[in-house]
Write a protein that binds this ligand. Structure first.
Ligand code: THU
Length: 135
């Protein structure tokens, strides 16, 4: 569990990042924010390119910013999209989240109006693929 004020800040960061989504092909704007072990918040949006498979998800942008800032551990995640269906991280992003989060790390999903459901990383990616890190 993270404090309510921290979750509110994480949610606000995801909403703000979503405003910058570059999604001219799907028109589906997504924002994501990750809370690091140090308490820093890293947020990102989806970035689409004309060669469709080359685009990437909001979660991937946020994880890239976390790692670029020298951090390796995610304590909580927020994903904000739109529409009636829940937007949960795609398969690739589940694996990326599992790389830097624990199975019990919460993933809050919802829309600009608020969080609608909370999953854990372990629920989203059970029996995840792992490798030993090399010395
Ligand atoms: N997308 C995300 O950014 N995150 C998700 O969790 C699901 C999908 C993006 C990828 C693409 O730019 C658009 O949403 C439509 O699939």
């Amino acid at each position: 569990m993270i404090p309510d004020a921290t979750l509110a800040a994480l949610f606000a960061a995801a909403v703000a990042a979503r405003e910058n989504a570059h999604a001219p092909y799907s028109r589906f704007h997504v924002g994501a924010a990750v809370l690091s072990e140090s308490g820093a918040i890293h947020a990102g949006c989806n970035v689409e390119v004309a060669s469709f498979p080359e685009g990437w998800c909001a979660e991937t942008t946020a994880i890239g910013k976390l790692v670029s800032a020298g951090e390796k551990s995610i304590r909580a995640v927020v994903v904000v999209a739109e529409g009636d269906r829940l937007t949960t991280p795609c398969g690739g992003c589940r694996q990326r989240l599992a790389e830097f989060a624990a199975p019990d790390t919460p993933v809050h999903v919802g829309g600009p109006d608020g969080i609608r459901r909370v999953f854990t990383v372990g629920e989203l990616l059970p029996a995840s693929f792992e490798l030993e890190e090399q010395p």
